[in-house]
Design a protein around this ligand. Structure first.
Ligand code: FAD
Length: 511
């Protein structure tokens, strides 16, 4: 183990053509945050490491993109050459619980290929069209982070193109920062770059996508995971995989927030017992949809799911249970937990093997963000400055009830319509403005800033899984989390690896 690593030269090839045909470029000018005004100096589709390296070596600003499902504007070009990873589609054979994958492989394609051998890649975000490289760059997380952790835990090795066009093969466990807190990267020119580890302390939360990872004697691979393309371009990765779990999905109506939080706490306790082989109820994920979020969902989405729209203050939880050998004990235990928490309705269940039933329930969960996004888009028609305005807050689970009350008060005292949903088993919720005017968006940003400050004070973070990107608000939240000194420490890392500020400039922080 050393703090030193040597870069290698990619094979010499001609740089791929930069496509400047506006008909093609125009489809790369925005990401899922729909921030207007994206513009690019062309788009390029390297087919391998050598083509990517050759392009980067000669370019002045490059924005790597995957599926452009970023919710932060991080994949929206601002005059960069867009490096689309979609032609990096290597897909190796799974062996020994590992698979080697190109950065441009969409997660659904990876899962489909793994399903053939009854295997599975667990840390998937809700949007499974995201590319492997994009999920590594944002340390994506999802519903089942509660059991399986975020992307970071599953990445064993990466091949990265650095800003000068050199290539680095980084394998977990091979390169660690020394006790003084730095790595040394030897470039192919012979120059040694000293990369300092930031000194801030990361909050102790189950998921975090808030700039550079930092810890004493950290592994170099963790610096690139979650760096949002600012330190290097991920070309390929070796991922850990597991045997495909059998799953039950259960949609449960709770009378109100208080009951939903109590049920979540009991289910979490049961899950932790199950992981220690002390119980049958192995819960992997609990998703939360509040009454306001459910009100945004149209009737036909409930009809397709075969679910009656709940009334009043009802909250819904969608629970994923992984099965050992004994489905009956798991269901029996679930029933007794529901009874002891005072849940009145029977849950809607999709049993193991009932993929269509499970899909119907997951589609209802997905109808929540898409319905709110549709309201945002409709408001934009008459108020063009309106944009999606949402928090991505995570708190230690013991502070969950307090955090929900905080989100509600922050919106309600400002007279803002809103909805809350998210990955409640992690204490990670998305308080969203449901805007009817730009004024609500403006006040919504204020509310999110207030939430962020209070969440940080609770030991949580305002940047759980979507990252920071080029969003002014999220960059402000990053400063709230680590302070200006913390941002300067991140800049020092960037300067060491990318002194010309070539890769994803303006993502995470300004120059
Ligand atoms: C409906 C919906 C639901 C979502 N749910 C979740 C969720 O549950 N959890 C979650 O974490 N996120 C979620 N997201 C956000 C998004 O899907 C994730 O951030 C995802 O990881 C982005 O992957 P991508 O391939 O689309 O990357 P892009 O959006 O293309 O890029 C994101 C960032 O990564 C950088 N990047 C992309 N590829 C590379 C590469 N090969 N090397 C270096 N840098 C690169 C880009 O420069 C950019 O800064 C959701 C998005 C949508 C639209």
């Amino acid at each position: 183990m050393s703090n030193r690593i040597k870069a290698r030269r990619a094979a010499a090839v001609t740089a791929p053509e930069i496509v400047r045909d506006q008909a093609i470029v125009s489809s790369f000018l925005s990401d899922a945050a729909h921030v207007p005004g994206g513009f690019a100096d062309g788009v390029v589709f390297p087919r391998d490491e050598a083509e990517a390296a050759s392009l980067v070596a000669h370019a002045s600003r490059v924005l790597p993109v995957g599926a452009q499902s970023s919710l932060t504007g991080g994949a929206t070009p601002r005059g960069d050459v867009v490096l689309s990873t979609r032609a990096l589609t290597t897909l190796g054979q799974p062996a020994n619980g590992r698979i080697r994958v190109g950065a441009g492989v969409p997660l659904h394609a990876l899962q489909r290929s793994l399903a053939a051998s009854a295997q599975y890649y667990p840390p998937v975000p809700t949007f499974d069209g995201a590319f492997v490289g994009g999920t590594i760059a944002t340390n994506a997380a999802g519903a089942a982070t509660f059991k399986h952790g975020s992307t970071r835990r599953w990445v064993e090795a990466i091949t990265v193109v650095l800003a000068n066009g050199d290539v680095l093969d980084v394998a977990r466990g091979e390169t660690r920062a020394n006790a003084e807190g730095w790595f040394e990267i030897e470039l192919t020119t012979g120059e040694a770059r000293r990369v300092p580890v930031p000194q801030y302390v990361m909050p102790d939360v189950p998921k975090l996508s808030a700039g550079y990872y930092a810890a004493p004697e950290m592994d170099l691979i963790d610096l690139f995971i979650g760096a949002e393309g600012t330190l290097g371009i991920v070309i390929e990765a070796t991922l850990r995989i597991i045997a495909r779990p059998q799953r039950i999905a259960a949609l449960i109506r709770c009378a109100d927030d208080r009951q939903a939080v109590a049920l979540t706490a009991t289910l979490r306790d049961n899950a932790i017992a199950a992981w220690h082989k002390q119980g049958p109820l192995d819960v992997a994920a609990i998703e939360y949809m509040d009454a306001r979020a459910l009100r945004a969902v149209p009737d036909d989405a409930f009809a397709r799911a075969g679910v009656t729209r709940p009334s009043g203050q009802s909250v819904m939880l969608l629970v994923q249970i992984e099965l050992g050998s004994d489905a009956e004990s798991a269901l029996g235990r679930l029933q007794s937990v529901l009874t002891s928490t005072g849940i009145e309705d029977d849950p809607h269940l999709a049993l193991a093997g009932d993929d269509r039933g499970a899909e119907r329930l997951f589609n209802l969960r997905e109808a929540v963000p898409s319905s709110v996004n549709a309201i945002v888009a409709a408001t934009k028609q008459t108020h063009p400055e309106v944009e999606k305005t949402a928090g991505d807050m995570v708190v230690p689970f013991t502070r969950l009830a307090e955090s929900i009350a905080l989100y509600r008060t922050a919106f309600e005292t400002r007279g803002i319509d809103y909805a809350i949903w998210g990955h409640v088993s992690d204490g990670n919720l998305h308080p969203n403005v449901v805007p009817h005017s730009f004024e609500e968006v403006r006040r919504g940003r204020e509310a999110i800033l207030e939430m962020a400050r209070r969440v940080v004070a609770m030991g949580g973070a305002p940047l759980a899984e979507h990252g920071v990107g080029r969003s002014a608000l999220k960059q402000q939240l990053l400063r709230e989390l680590y302070g200006p000194d913390g941002i300067d420490q991140m800049r020092a890392v960037k300067r060491a690896l990318d002194p010309e500020w070539k890769l994803a400039p303006g993502v995470l922080f300004s120059a």
